[in-house]
Ligand binder design. Structure first.
Ligand code: ADP
Ligand code: MG
Length: 459
């Protein structure tokens, strides 16, 4: 019998209880291989694909090192992007919910400085952020790392790819030498090895090959030459399979824009995501995609990094990625958690080398399939509509207020109301398309905390 239960670990009871309520019964491979060592306080270098459970791995380690009574920064998690940092902070908070008064703070670039400075003045136990912004605060003396016991580098390869090497070095320079260091990376190029050997002490190396989820992804490849052929193929596949949520991966920003325009032109519900967008636009695009008001997201790899959308019905590779690992990352976004997913990849004659790399990396044989013929019928639309409400946390708007206005006053069945996102100044609620008008009217007429709200349907 395999004893991959968390119960076999010397974890505090609050954590074990929380893991139980989360339905985390068995450890994933990377957890089983690294947690016993991590909980002895040793350094670990972990390599594992997306979805292997790395976040919980380092979160359990840093929470175990934490002395809640001591209100000082004790752990620092460095991440490549804000989306990823938000996800990590969320997971830490979830795992820590049985332990009272743990303060987790996210500090990322692209966000206003003021609130971060304010929060830092109030103090925190755990910091999660991007290297550039953390360094910024450090150099202004707003962060004191003298009591840091755990340093985590998550997705270290991405951080280097994004040019964070110098910032990383400068941040680590200020951390106490006596500490536990955990480094996670999907790949191990020379630069990562160099960093790893500089910042860790006799680390345990853990590598997990693949996640069990890959087996539930059905991959289909199509050999297509011109852009026109690719556009037509994408349309035919979308109309045939009608995925409620899908991502189309492109290699460049220009391609993202072209594909988005083409799909819009053909009548699909689509939004783009690339590195040059403003934070507000990105947030809006991601919110509407995640709440199912938009069914197709077209994105570059970097922009889609850390995308927290579960259960994608399909992933399209408009072009094959140059790196087989990236290919695996891309398709790993569908078919998560046991749900079956589909991955469609386009390649052309000149991509022979990329195809061979994927074949070798994934140990599969790739042969092109015939395209389905384009079904007649209209492009399908997303199931939900997003209503934007001009009022957020700052005005003390809560999800319950919005839900109440819609279910109690307008009599809309709660089942027809989707995700509610409350941001600082605005909120978004997704409702099924055919109740959108009623919902909008109600929100416009109604009051939240005695104040009339402005609301509009987002297109
Ligand atoms: P990655 O290795 O890519 O960072 P994550 O840490 O984001 O992966 O984990 C992927 C998903 O698996 C998350 O939704 C997480 O909640 C879930 N998860 C992690 N560990 C377990 C576990 N032991 N049992 C069940 N689900 C888990
Ligand atoms: Mg991760």
């Amino acid at each position: 019998m395999v004893t991959d239960s968390f119960k076999s670990l010397p974890l505090r009871n609050e954590l074990l209880t929380t893991l139980d309520t989360l339905g985390y019964t068995q450890m994933t491979a990377i957890q089983a291989q690294s947690l016993p060592t991590l909980l002895e306080g040793k350094d670990v270098i972990g390599q594992g694909k997306t979805g292997s459970g790395k976040t919980a791995t380092f979160s359990l380690a840093l929470l175990s090192n934490l002395n809640v009574q001591r209100f000082r920064v004790q752990s620092l998690v460095l991440c490549p992007t804000r989306e990823l940092a938000d996800q990590v902070a969320k997971e830490i908070r979830t795992l820590a919910r049985g332990i009272h008064n743990i303060k987790v703070l996210t500090l990322c670039g692209g966000m206003p400085m003021g609130p971060q400075i304010g929060s830092l003045e109030h103090g925190a136990h755990i910091l999660v952020g991007t290297p550039g912004r953390i360094l910024d605060h450090l150099s202004k003396g707003r962060i004191d790392l003298s009591e840091l016991n755990t340093l985590v580098l998550d997705e270290a390869d991405r951080m280097l790819e994004m040019g964070f090497q110098e910032a990383l070095d400068a941040v680590i320079e200020q951390a106490p030498k006596q500490r536990q260091t955990l480094l996670f990376s999907a790949t191990f190029p020379k630069q990562i090895e160099a960093i790893a050997s500089r910042i860790t002490q006799s680390p345990l190396m853990v590598k997990v090959e693949s996640t069990h989820q890959t087996t539930t992804i059905e991959q289909t490849f199509f050999k297509l030459e011109s852009t026109q052929e690719r556009d037509d193929a994408l349309e035919a596949l979308l109309l045939t399979h009608r995925p409620q949520s899908s991502v189309v991966f492109c290699n460049t920003k220009k391609e993202v824009m072209n594909v988005t325009d083409e799909l819009l032109h053909r009548g699909f519900s689509v939004v783009e995501l690339h590195g040059d967008m403003e934070q507000r636009e990105r947030d809006q695009a991601l919110t509407m995609f995640a709440n199912k008001s938009i069914s197709i997201l077209v994105a570059t790899d970097v922009a889609a990094r850390g995308l927290d959308v579960e259960n994608l019905d399909a992933v399209f590779n408009f072009e094959l990625s140059r790196d087989p690992e990236v290919h695996v990352h891309r398709i790993g976004r569908t078919g998560r958690a046991g749900a079956k997913g589909q991955a469609f990849s386009f390649y052309s004659e000149k991509d022979g080398y990329r195809v061979a790399l994927i074949e070798e990396y994934m140990d599969i044989e790739i042969s092109p399939k015939a395209l389905p013929s384009k079904p007649s019928g209209e492009p399908y639309q997303a199931a939900m509509t997003t209503i934007q409400i001009l009022g957020g946390k700052k005005m003390k708007v809560r999800a319950g207020d919005i839900l109440g206005a819609l279910t109690k006053t307008a009599g809309i069945d709660g089942k027809r109301i989707g995700k509610i996102n409350i941001l600082a100044m605005v909120s978004y609620v997704a409702v099924e398309n055919d109740v959108a008008k009623v919902a909008l009217k109600q929100l416009q007429m109604g009051k939240v905390k005695g104040k009339a709200l402005k609301a509009r349907i987002m297109k």
